[in-house]
Write a protein that binds this ligand. Structure first.
Ligand SMILES: [Zn+2]
Ligand SMILES: [Zn+2]
Length: 355
């Protein structure tokens, strides 16, 4: 039997491994996006399935820490530490770096490196341009941990500006009707507003109470969203012809029926599935996703040139299968607890409505 020297290269599972609390790095004694309270946590982004309250020490980007404080209150963790852009943070013999993930404001991949082994935990990510956050950085690595929310070939997302053009065309065709756009309150809502502005729409955009705090935060961060008004300050019956942004659940509430002859829209990657749009009573589906679609998942796995990919939430099996047919090593991670607020969890919408 040979004993490994202290500086021998890690086996991947010695540097990072899935546990019931989430991904765990034993040599630094720290978890990534833990789903249970832990002593020390690295958080990739502010969506509620990744960023939870109740940890001891939390290390995240400045924006993610601010978003967590907005959602959970300042005391969401015992201590907080900002990961500056590009900063290498050493914990024990592990070096961590936060690299942009292009998912929502402040979102980051976490680069974990020690003894010549580099693993990138991408969190949620997308490759499409987004005027509200820094774009995804390709970090070459030995092991790439990819999400697979939209890991099926059916999920090919069209360019978002074309979807916004559909919305504005409908507003032009139906000037008496209110266009109510369901969009998740962190990230999607603000991205939709920014894209509407990029398309040249200059009228005020109205927002539901559940979207207010995060929208104000994006504006304070210098994201140009134009004139934003709170629906609560107006008589809804007087908002014919206007665009209203609200959490997806609100489009089906009594709240929505008070607007004049509303057109219900929903901005989500799931709108690629027409049956899903019909089932949710969506008249105007807008296929706008904050997660990589199928083609971008494959492109990213190739771009990072990893010897192996570990695939988590969503359609892990399909993506792992594709990797196999392409001669790339891959395995599903079977992490639990990540439903993605970004595209699905109705409980989260209720929680959002409370802030
Ligand atoms: Zn997310
Ligand atoms: Zn997620």
């Amino acid at each position: 039997m040979t004993l490994a020297s202290p500086s021998a290269r890690w086996r991947p599972s010695e540097l990072l491994l899935p546990t019931p609390a989430g991904l765990y790095c034993p040599p630094a004694d720290i978890h990534i996006d833990p789903v249970r309270p832990v002593a020390r946590a690295l958080i990739t982004h502010g969506h509620s399935d990744h960023a939870r309250a109740g940890h001891g020490a939390v290390l995240a980007t400045r924006e993610t820490l601010a978003i967590m404080a907005l959602r959970y209150g300042e005391g969401f963790a015992a201590t907080q530490q900002v990961a500056e852009p590009g900063e290498i943070i050493r914990i024990g013999e592990v070096a961590f770096r936060f690299a942009p993930a292009g998912h929502v404001l402040g979102s980051a991949q976490i680069v974990v490196e020690s003894r010549g082994l580099r693993i990138v935990a991408s969190g949620d990510y997308k490759r499409e341009r987004d005027p509200t956050c820094a774009c995804f950085e390709v970090v070459p690595c030995d092991i790439f941990i990819s999400e697979a929310t939209f890991g099926l070939p059916v999920f090919r997302h069209p360019p978002a500006d074309g979807e916004i053009a559909k919305l504005l065309e409908s507003v032009r065709l139906f000037p008496e009707r209110t266009h109510i756009v369901g969009a998740y309150s962190l990230g999607k809502a603000q991205r939709v507003m920014a894209l509407i502005r990029e398309a040249g729409y200059e009228r005020p955009i109205y927002i539901h109470g559940a979207v207010e705090k995060l929208t104000e935060f994006y504006q304070a961060e210098g994201i140009p969203l134009g004139e934003i008004r709170k629906v609560a300050d107006f008589d809804r019956k007087a908002l014919g012809g206007e665009i209203v942004i609200c959490p997806p659940s609100a489009t089906q509430d009594l709240w929505a029926r008070r607007f004049p002859d509303p057109v219900t829209a929903f901005a989500s990657g799931w709108m690629r599935i027409r049956a899903r749009a019909r089932q949710k009573g969506v008249e105007l589906p807008l296929v706008i996703s904050d997660h990589a679609g199928w083609d971008d998942l494959l492109a990213t796995i190739r771009d990072v040139q990893a010897g192996e990919s570990w695939v988590t939430h969503g359609e892990a099996e399909a993506l792992v299968h594709w990797c196999g047919t392409a001669g790339l090593r891959a395995k599903p991670l079977h992490l639990v607890g990540y439903g993605d607020e970004g595209e699905a969890d109705p409980k989260e919408e209720v929680a959002d409505a409370a802030i």
